[in-house]
Design a protein around this ligand. Structure first.
Ligand code: ADP
Ligand code: MG
Length: 694
């Protein structure tokens, strides 16, 4: 790939991995799978543990320790059956040590290490009866090769066909190729945090001498994490600053919106009013707005967006895009009434529109006869043109690719953006996911909602749950039944969901539906629509339940193997119910015994329904381990930075990035030029949109 911007100093790191000694046609694909295609990726591998070796004698050997002995080979004992190992008896002047080898290569061993030869041998010391032994020594070498046995050996991730020790060799070579780079961090900050230089940090990471050196909290690990976070924050801050310089239509708060708001059967909550005020400040500023509206399902984001669209419709057009047909329809139903009553024309455009009706809608948008478009992916197709698109609203924004969002925005000159998300992100992580957006949080629910009664129930009481379900469904209630994705194979999971659906059908009759990830979009939509219309009583689903779908009549949510889901996910699933005024319930079925963490996670769900609080707790409980939930919500795939362990660094990097962009937006100062190298190093350039949410 040709990169005109890449500084020459980084060329050695951008060489293909095949330039490393020993990486040929066989090894390259394995190493690429493990690390990546270039030397930099191998340099960025990290050991997960360290073996500490010490020199010892047999008489003072420590069981369980990895030790090095200088021995003379006494005798070979053949196995009496193929299941038995070869035993090599050795003596070091203080005692006898047996070396044990399973497998059929004893003959080769004897040729290489004949009786009478002196050898260095290293491995974990075990006791076998009265004797000490080492099974499969990790080193077995002539005396003159003592230097080949490291006293501290970093253990790298391995893969079939590529053992950890070979990976270590490649990592060491990559390290030897790492150049000295100009310092891009602020020197006072380096001192304050006791950060080593970049190259020293890498050396420390690749040369651990204790468990502590492997900790994400070691100065070296923190330094590298901070580098990575700063590179990313800087790219986002630059992008944000760039967008600010784009002039966009200045739009004032309108009479029309005030009349629509006055006609609503409720008052906006304080949080809704604050979010609307944020949006109006942006819209009036004459700069392009990029604002994220974050709030739980049902917190009233759509209404806020609708009022902003009303402001726009005095002189321009707006578009509201949702990821599915059914969501688009629901939005259309929510907003077209209030808007059209006050003279705003709204059209619904989805993939189902065909022929003359579609042509008519397209004409209305192109000529400006319609001021608001609600729709799906159909909205950003080439044939769709707007007379004057000024505002794009994107619901469940993470369900769209960056390119898709941009295609919609590109239908106007400098289109303002409202992105909406119902995935609660802990405040500390907001920066990493939405660093280039301004964020408004709707952290208050409209009044009159009854909280969802949440219970954790062991799987052994499944029959009770089913019986209770039969009772309420007979009385007209509706329920979701979620089956987790647990196995490696989607097909196996699908079978489990099908089986559950059958079983429930046997108990509850035909009104049990099934929706899963292997179904096509229209198939899913059809089942969801039947559920929304009340034709289906119990909807069994793998985790595809469309985010945001509103089925007010659904009052029960059963989640099987709840312990396997992330907290944020459980919270979102629970958010599908409790949307009407009727009492609703969430049953978290689990397979006992629960781990302490799993217990805590289910507990917090029982105690609160505040998505932001739940998200913060989730982050604390996961302690940097399973990042699955975060990945799903758009958390970047960092190499060094850990969302839990490096939380404090995220905020610092955000501040640092804003300050840098404020002082030196084009990165032309000495530090600025070093920072450009940093951005290259981590591939976070202002124009690398595919890796994040911007
Ligand atoms: P979101 O898009 O955040 O999921 P919606 O905007 O669709 O939420 O609102 C969910 C439901 O709550 C809608 O039926 C809406 O009419 C209603 N609603 C919104 N704001 C309020 C409010 N302030 N008071 C009462 N009901 C509200
Ligand atoms: Mg919504």
């Amino acid at each position: 790939m040709f990169h005109p911007m890449r500084p020459e100093i980084l060329f050695p790191l951008y060489a293909p991995i095949t330039s490393l000694k020993g990486v040929g046609a066989r090894v390259a694909p394995l190493l690429e799978k493990l690390a990546g295609p270039i030397v930099r990726d191998v340099l960025f591998l990290r050991p997960h543990s360290v073996i500490r070796r010490e020199v010892a004698t047999v008489s003072t050997a420590t069981e369980g320790a990895v030790q090095i002995f200088e021995v003379e080979i006494d005798a070979y004992k053949r196995p009496r059956s193929p299941q038995q190992p070869w035993r090599v008896e050795t003596y070091d002047g203080t005692g006898v040590l047996s070396l044990v080898f399973f497998g059929s290569f004893g003959g080769q061993l004897e040729a290489k290490h004949p009786v009478g030869a002196k050898r260095l041998v290293s491995g974990k010391v075990e006791r076998f009866g009265l004797n000490l032994q080492i099974a499969h020594p990790d080193y077995f070498l002539p005396l003159d090769r003592a230097a080949d046995i490291p006293l501290f050996e970093a253990v790298y991730p391995a893969t079939a066909g590529l053992p950890a020790r070979t990976v270590r060799k490649f990592a060491q070579e990559a390290l030897s190729r790492a150049p000295h780079l100009p310092e891009w961090q602020d020197s006072a900050w380096l001192v304050q945090e006791r950060f080593p230089s970049w190259i020293e940090a890498l050396r420390a990471v690749h040369g651990p001498t204790s468990e502590a050196d492997l900790s994400p909290l070691s100065p070296a690990a923190r330094r590298l994490a901070y580098d990575e976070l700063l590179a990313h924050q800087l790219a986002m801050a630059q992008r944000k600053a760039e967008r600010r310089t784009e002039a966009a239509p200045a739009i004032g708060a309108s009479e029309l919106a005030a009349r629509i708001a006055a006609d609503l059967p409720y008052e906006l909550t304080g949080a809704q009013q604050r979010a609307l005020a944020d949006i109006r400040r942006d819209l009036a500023a004459g700069e392009r707005m990029s604002r994220l509206l974050q709030g739980d399902v049902g917190s009233g984001k759509t209404v806020v967006a609708m009022l902003a669209m009303a402001d726009v419709s005095g002189g321009g057009q707006s578009a509201l895009m949702a990821p599915t047909e059914i969501l688009a329809r629901q939005h259309y139903e929510t907003i077209s009434g209030p808007l059209s009553e006050h003279g705003v024309t709204v059209v619904l455009l989805t993939g189902r529109d065909k022929g003359a009706a579609r042509a008519e809608k397209l004409r209305a948008l192109a000529l400006g006869a319609a001021q608001v478009a609600v729709g799906t992916h159909a909205l950003f197709q080439d044939e769709v043109a707007f007379q004057n698109l000024q505002l794009a609203v994107i619901d469940e924004q993470h369900r769209f690719g960056v390119a898709e969002r941009q295609r919609l925005q590109a239908k106007g000159a400098a289109t303002h953006l409202i992105a909406m998300s119902a995935t609660p992100i802990p405040r500390t992580l907001e920066l990493t996911i939405y660093g280039d957006l301004d964020v408004s949080r709707i952290d208050e629910k409209p009044p009159g909602r009854t909280p969802v009664a949440t219970r954790a129930v062991p799987m052994s009481r499944l029959a009770e749950v089913e019986a209770r379900l039969r009772q309420v469904v007979t009385q007209g209630a509706q329920a979701f039944w979620i089956c987790p994705l647990v196995s490696e194979s989607e097909l196996v999971d699908l079978k489990a969901a099908e089986k559950r659906a059958e079983e429930l059908r046997a108990q509850l009759g035909p009104s049990v539906g099934l929706v899963h990830g292997k179904m096509s979009g229209p198939e899913k939509d059809a089942v969801m629509a039947d559920f929304a219309d009340g034709k289906i009583g119990v909807l069994v689903a793998t985790t595809v339940v469309e985010v945001g779908v509103n089925v007010p009549n659904a009052t029960i949510m059963v989640i099987e193997q709840a312990e396997r889901f992330g907290l944020a996910q459980l919270h979102q699933l629970r958010g599908r119910v409790g949307r009407g005024s009727r009492e609703s319930a969430c049953v978290l079925l689990y397979d006992p015994p629960l781990s302490e963490t799993a217990q805590k996670r289910l507990d917090i769900l029982r105690r609160t329904d505040d998505g932001f609080l739940i998200a913060e707790t989730d982050l604390e409980l996961r302690g940097g381990g399973d990042a699955l939930g975060l990945r799903q919500s758009g958390f970047p795939a960092y190499v060094f930075a850990d969302p839990a362990a490096h939380r404090d660094l995220i905020a610092a990097a955000g501040d640092d990035a804003r300050m840098i962009v404020g002082r030196d937006p084009d990165l032309t100062s000495e530090r600025g030029r070093a920072l450009q190298v940093l951005q290259e190093l981590f591939d976070w350039r202002p124009a690398s949109p595919l890796k994040d949410a911007g």
